[in-house]
Design a protein around this ligand. Structure first.
Ligand SMILES: Cc1cc2nc3c(=O)[nH]c(=O)nc-3n(C[C@H](O)[C@H](O)[C@H](O)COP(=O)(O)OP(=O)(O)OC[C@H]3O[C@@H](n4cnc5c(N)ncnc54)[C@H](O)[C@@H]3O)c2cc1C
Length: 287
């Protein structure tokens, strides 16, 4: 590990000031489950590391006028245990359960997961399926964007070096929206996703409404399968259509072919994962 200076602010203003002062030679640390590994193997010093794990603004889960606000510093364990998440976005709990082992979930945060921006991140699909937005804080104030715009590429987000991710908001209209999540790995615990998926929709007058299908680990960033969504949108609910949408989703993804799994195997996981998450959302919609 190369030497670096370490700052541990206790207010968001102080964190932003430290980022502004040292940018671009500065990096944020929160739970450290991703970044400490990177620091250990990095060939260059970040210059200054700003530890944001003590910022109270990042730690709450609350209902606001905009929706369910989840601070970026909330851990996966906290997500799993929180009554507001259980009530309004239970698929997030399913996803959080699959992140690493208990130690990783105790330290690792939602914000860290999203900012690391690896295609296999387990928080991404459910949040994308629920049209989540993110709030970014920087020297010019705050800005909001759709999570889909926040993901720019592999390990690349819309954040500037002097900005931090403040929170994730699930919009009010999507609270309680029926949703399902699934993750496929090479083993049951501590698995990197070969494919993960989430689906969400409402059923109105027996028809699919506001359908969202999100896939992870199958493209440079977590993606929506919009053609598969369109197959279902506004149509009468049926298993045949769910099967068709699952097949269409395969054609939208671009999974890799590597030593962990062939492209063909990943394609079959996309189909099965899409189908099962749509079925899970339907079960949730049917109560
Ligand atoms: C053994 C092990 C198993 C794992 N298993 C999984 C898994 O199954 N699924 C999965 O998705 N991930 C997994 N991870 C990855 C990791 O645990 C998660 O991505 C975790 O949520 C990262 O959060 P963190 O707070 O530890 O991030 P950190 O390591 O502190 O930071 C990660 C990155 O995000 C930046 N960052 C953090 N917070 C903010 C913020 N608020 N604003 C701006 N930038 C920020 C940091 O600068 C850094 O670039 C695993 C990691 C380990 C070590």
């Amino acid at each position: 590990m190369k030497p670096f200076d370490f700052v541990q602010p206790t207010t968001t203003d102080a964190a932003l000031a430290a980022l502004a002062e040292h940018s671009p030679n500065v990096r944020i640390l929160c739970g450290g489950t991703d970044y400490v590994v990177e620091l250990k193997h990095g060939e260059q010093s970040p210059g200054v590391v700003v530890d944001i794990s003590r910022l109270e603004d990042l730690k709450s889960i609350e209902l606001t006028d905009a929706g369910l606000r989840i601070g970026a510093g909330v851990t996966h364990t906290e997500i799993m245990a929180h009554p507001l998440i259980a009530e309004h976005a239970p698929a997030m709990i399913e996803a959080a359960h699959t992140v690493g082992a208990v130690q990783t979930r105790n330290l690792g945060t939602l914000g860290g997961n999203l900012v690391t921006c690896v295609p296999s991140m387990d928080s991404g699909p459910v949040l994308l399926a629920l049209d989540a937005q993110v709030t970014i804080l920087g020297p010019k104030g705050s800005r909001q964007m759709d999570l889909s715009e926040f993901f720019v590429g592999v390990r690349k987000t819309a954040l500037e070096p002097d900005e931090l991710l403040l929170d994730v908001i699930i919009p009010t209209e999507n609270l309680g929206k029926p949703a399902g999540f699934i993750k496929f790995g090479l083993r049951k615990g501590q698995a990197l996703a070969l494919v993960n998926a989430a689906s969400a929709f409402r059923v109105e007058d027996g028809k699919f409404k506001d359908v969202r299908i999100a896939l992870g680990a199958v493209a440079p960033v977590v993606m929506r399968a919009s053609k598969a969504e369109a197959v279902l949108e506004g149509q009468a609910v049926s298993q045949d259509l769910i099967d068709e949408a699952a097949k269409i989703a395969v054609g939208e993804a671009k999974p890799i072919d590597d030593f962990r799994a062939s492209k063909e195997y990943r394609n079959s996981l996309i189909e099965v994962g899409t189908r099962r998450t749509l079925q899970a959302a339907l079960e949730a919609a049917n109560g």
